[in-house]
Write a protein that binds this ligand. Structure first.
Ligand code: ADP
Ligand code: MG
Length: 434
């Protein structure tokens, strides 16, 4: 048994049989291409690969570290995505991480939330080193930073440029290895002579002085030669603590662009795109449902799609709305565990421009009744509170008053399109902010 298989065996003990059989069992380890600080696994399709990446890759990396005693970066990829590459590309890839070939501009859905970052990366991809250098993209988890950065990387790679895509951690490991082997000149040659350097999640440089120093010199050399640098982080350079001043200011030299959580339309477009790529058929009401209830994190949306796909295949069931709701139940409960009645009421109040205390008052004016109905409905849907708890919170007599209100709301949901839209909009807003 090779180390990859051993690691998967270890993982088997930590997860349920269903999870193991459905996903992990489908992985094959490439003992030939793996080695050093790289472990490559192949998945049979993009859905399984994405699902494993989002759910298990950290665990696998951790188990690898336990087994091998050193840090490795785990790549879950599709078999033919590496086999079909030319020899030259293969050699290049040996030196650094693979760019995901499906992270292209075409596959990236643009909306208000990400159009600034998109436009910035796009123009950099059309004129390396000439417009914004460095380009710094920041935003929350799963909002498409890596995707965008690699989309530019793929463009450059197709032009025959030498592109290095790496994480701070890999950069650091590489550095340490070269220091240990006394081969620093080749480290410097590698990082200072490439055409394009992409470093993901640069916030991990924080408080690592030694590597900041090395990175500073790499940066200076590349920038001095007009080579393009693209960086991503979870926050604005100013907000990353533990960074040398000179680095922080350099990060802002070019352009700093943010990515915000996608709005409903963008989420819908992304889901449609992912369905197309992964050949999953979903009706519009299912797509709308997923877009409405799922948090902003796009990676999570992908997880849902592969889960739906896998379940429907295993159980030979067509994916309908009821089935979707069922599959999403656990996921939603996880997301919503942190939502409180106050959060929901405050959000509704803010949106409707009234005071939260008014919602909980006995006021009977039309807009208060409207706001209260919406709040009650959302509190019922998005939290685990019982009807008596809700009655107490909203200052109503008892649970029958709540139950009466919920009945009324259900009628409105059926007959009043505006009301329904408002509910969806607020659900979306509240669940993506949590
Ligand atoms: P981040 O690096 O910001 O954490 P990623 O770039 O890894 O996020 O994105 C997570 C997943 O969501 C990826 O599979 C990516 O393809 C997808 N994704 C994110 N934003 C979009 C978008 N606007 N259009 C299409 N796919 C997207
Ligand atoms: Mg990323």
């Amino acid at each position: 048994m090779n180390i990859g298989q051993e690691v998967l065996e270890l993982l088997k003990e930590e997860i349920t049989d269903v999870q193991y059989n459905r996903y992990i069992k489908q992985l094959t380890y490439d003992a030939k291409k793996s080695g050093g600080d790289l472990a490559i696994f192949y998945a049979p399709n993009a859905l399984i690969s994405n699902w494993i990446k989002s759910k298990y890759s950290e665990k696998i990396a951790h188990l690898f570290e336990i087994k091998s005693g050193s840090k490795v970066s785990v790549k879950i990829t599709l078999k033919n995505s590496t086999d079909s590459k030319s020899k030259k590309q293969k050699n290049e890839q040996k030196q650094h991480s693979l760019l995901n070939p499906s992270h292209t501009f075409d596959n990236f859905m643009v909306g208000g939330s990400n159009q600034f970052a998109y436009a910035a990366v796009k123009s950099v991809s059309e004129a390396a080193g000439q417009v914004y250098n460095p380009l710094f993209i920041y935003g929350g988890v799963g909002l498409g930073k890596t995707h965008l950065m690699q989309a530019a990387g793929n463009v450059f790679q197709n032009q025959g440029k030498s592109v290095i895509y790496t994480s701070v951690e890999q950069f650091l490991n590489d550095f340490i290895r070269h220091v240990r082997n006394k081969t620093m000149p080749s480290f410097q040659e590698k990082y200072r002579k490439c055409d394009v350097l992409l470093i993901d999640d640069i916030q991990f440089l924080s408080n690592k002085e030694g590597i900041q120093e090395e990175f500073f010199h790499t940066f200076e050399a590349l920038k001095g030669n007009g080579k393009q640098i693209i960086l991503t982080a979870d926050k604005h350079p100013k907000k990353i603590g533990g960074l040398e001043k000179r680095l922080q200011s350099r990060f802002e030299w070019g352009l700093v662009a943010d990515i915000q959580p996608p709005e409903l339309e963008t989420k819908i477009a992304i889901i449609k795109k992912k369905c197309e790529i992964n050949k999953v058929k979903l009706s519009n009401d299912i797509i709308n449902y997923i877009a409405t209830v799922i948090e902003s994190n796009v990676r999570e949306i992908e997880g849902i799609l592969s889960k739906l796909h896998a379940y429907s295949q295993l159980m030979h069931i067509d994916i309908d709305l009821a089935f979707t709701k069922n599959v999403l139940k656990d996921q939603l409960q996880e997301n919503r565990a942190n939502l409180t009645l106050d959060t929901i009421t405050n959000n509704v109040a803010k949106d409707l421009n009234i005071k939260p205390t008014e919602i909980r008052s006995k006021g009977r004016s039309k807009n208060l009744v409207y706001a209260r109905r919406i709040s009650i409905y959302l509190c019922r849907e998005l939290t685990q509170n019982t009807m008596p708890q809700l009655a107490q919170y909203f200052g109503m007599k008892d649970h029958t008053a709540i139950s009466h209100t919920l009945k009324k709301i259900n009628e409105l949901m059926k007959n009043d399109e505006d009301f329904k839209v408002k509910i969806e909009e607020l659900t979306n807003k509240i669940t993506s902010a949590s």
